[in-house]
Design a protein. Sequence first.
Length: 94
Amino acid sequence: MAHRWVHTAIYEMFEPPEKAQLIRLFKKSLNTTPIQYEIRKKMEYAKGMLLYSNESVAEISDRAGYSDIAYFSKMFKKYTGYSPSEYRKIIRET
C-alpha cells in the first residue's frame, strides 16, 4: 500500500496564487520546498525500511510512493550516495 503524503493533499486544496504563497511560507519556515521535503520524507522512510524490514526493494519502493523501482533507485542513490541494495548491505554490516 503506497503512502499518501500530506503536503500533496494540502497543496491540492489551493488555487495557483495561493499555492505560490503557500510554497513561500513553507520554504521560509522549513528552509526547503514542499517537493524537497516530500522526497526527504520518502527517502528517510525507505532508509528505515531497508534497515529494519526484510521487504524487497520493490515493495519498499511502492510503500514509499514510487511505482517505478528504477526511478526510486535513482532518487535513493541521489539522496544517499548508494543504491537501495548497497545501502541495506552497508547499514546492516555496521
